[in-house]
Ligand binder design. Structure first.
Ligand code: SF4
Length: 74
């Protein structure tokens, strides 16, 4: 499973990093959500590598995003 965030549409509500801090964190410069460094695909703030199943909160974070900008690729 890979995850993408349409960061420019993020409203910095905090839901994703509260729901799934293993994968999401607030960017210190622009305040938008980003993928945590450990799981970034080639240092892309908005895209993850293929994630381990142990990160079970990913789908919840995507479902709860009020802007619906977190997408999951199986
Ligand atoms: S839940 Fe969505 S809108 Fe809220 S901070 Fe995360 S990506 Fe941004």
């Amino acid at each position: 499973m890979k995850v993408k965030i349409d960061r420019m549409q993020c409203v910095s509500c905090g839901s994703c990093w509260d729901t799934c801090p293993a994968l999401f964190v607030q960017n210190a410069d622009d305040s938008f959500s980003q993928i945590v460094p450990e799981y970034q695909d080639n240092n892309d703030l908005s895209a993850s590598i293929d994630l381990p199943d142990s990160i079970g909160c990913t789908r919840d974070a995507a479902d709860l995003c009020p802007s619906a900008i977190i997408t999951i690729e199986e």
